[in-house]
Design a protein around this ligand. Structure first.
Ligand code: LMR
Length: 394
């Protein structure tokens, strides 16, 4: 029967990972998949994660199922991390999911269940898997302008004009911080204007927050999300622990659904549990438990925050160094945007041909849309990348 299957298009990011692996050049540089790497190219297990795993190994006496929505203690700890005290806890339905992608997938399914004709507004560009999952679920997408190819910042006027065409029953997908793939982000005044449009149109925001702590810090990166949830009646939030806890393969994420009233809240919570049951039953627990232990233990939390700050500052240092090197080589400020962008990624804003030239000629791997993983660099490779960018004529 399976001869009827059609070959599916390869995921751009994952295909690039394979190409990099297959390249025999010792000088190759991987700026592809969004994974943090230290100066030696290692994606380390964070100290607090090791400590929590050690403690868990010593103390855990059962691996029996948790709840369908995961351990409520995980939801409580994560809600505090993402939302602080922005809204009362009793309006927030929550379910643990396999990674942030699992949360995104469940959120889209919930949207489809509630409104089969909902349109989801997506930034142009957005994370390719957003588009792929929406297409798979046959949900209509409407791109809104986001990245300005000239300034490499946000095309804010274009974004607002496009969002104004949303209506009640539509969903606006936003990146809470550290926009993926561009690295270009809104300032707080611009977020206020987005909130105003959401309130005027009645469209429901869905916030994907996968990089909290990688931009301007844990609190600053959550500020927009907190402002939005405090202002709008309903909201979906997909949060990931993959990057800020460095537990990529543990698949640890959380979906939050914020309701306008208690009746809706009950329905939301029941729907999240139902969706988990249909798709994978109980969510993975190991990563969620580690995160809960870290967030609820003063010493481990402080150590985790300190290491996360080091990670963030390393990436900021690489940004400044790359922008500086390019300024020296080009004699212009046209790469200054690299120091302004935040998070793991920056979109260089060049053509697929140039991206290919960087790969073929210099063994530098970035996604075809010219997204670079800044964390893939180190002090040695920053000047190599800068020279290559100028060499291919970007
Ligand atoms: C990325 O954008 O590179 C990461 O979110 C990893 C992934 O799954 O694509």
């Amino acid at each position: 029967m399976f001869e009827t299957l059609k070959a599916q298009p390869a995921d751009k990011i994952l295909a690039l990972m394979q190409m990099y692996k297959d390249d025999p050049r010792a000088t190759k540089v991987d700026l592809g998949v969004g994974v943090y790497k230290d100066a030696t190219g290692l994606t380390p297990v964070m100290r607090a994660v090791k400590a929590a795993e050690h403690k868990l190994w010593e103390t855990q006496d059962s691996k029996v199922y948790t709840g369908l929505a995961g351990d409520p203690a995980f939801a409580d700890a994560m809600i505090k991390l993402v939302l602080g005290d922005a809204i009362p806890r009793d309006t927030i339905a929550a379910a643990a999911t396999p990674g942030g992608t699992g949360a995104v997938r469940q959120a889209f399914e919930m949207i489809k269940m509630a409104r089969p004709d909902a349109r989801v507004f997506v930034s142009n560009p957005t994370w390719p898997n957003h588009l792929s999952i929406l297409k798979y679920l046959d949900i209509e997408m409407v791109p809104y302008r986001y990245f300005d190819d000239e300034t490499r910042g946000v095309d804010f006027d274009g974004m607002i004009a496009d969002l104004k065409t949303a209506k009640k029953g539509d969903v606006v997908l936003l990146h809470g911080c550290c926009h993926n793939p561009t690295g270009a982000n809104l300032n707080m005044a611009e977020w206020d204007a987005v909130i105003e449009v959401l309130l005027k149109t009645g469209a429901t925001p869905m916030i994907d927050i996968a990089y909290q702590g990688f931009g301007d810090g844990l609190e600053a990166d959550a500020a927009a999300t907190r402002k939005i949830v405090a202002a709008v009646p309903e909201c979906l939030i997909a949060a990931s622990c993959s990057k800020n806890f460095g537990i990529y393969r543990e698949r640890t994420g959380l979906l939050l659904a914020i309701a306008a009233d208690t009746a809706a809240h009950k329905l939301n919570q029941g729907t999240l549990a139902f969706l988990n049951r249909q798709n994978f039953s109980f969510p993975p627990d190991h990563g969620a438990r580690i995160v809960t232990m870290i967030l609820n233990d003063d010493a481990m939390r402080v150590d985790w925050m300190a290491e996360l700050e080091d990670v963030r500052n390393t990436m900021l240092g690489l940004r400044t160094a790359l922008a500086g090197e390019l300024q020296k080589l080009s004699g212009s400020d046209r790469f200054g945007f690299l120091a302004q962008h935040r998070g793991m990624f920056s979109r260089l804003g060049t053509t697929p041909d140039m991206v290919e030239a960087l790969r073929e000629k210099h063994g530098i791997y970035m996604v075809g849309d010219s997204r670079m993983n800044i964390a893939g660099l180190n002090d040695e490779t920053v000047p190599i990348l800068a020279k290559a960018i100028i060499d291919v004529g970007i």
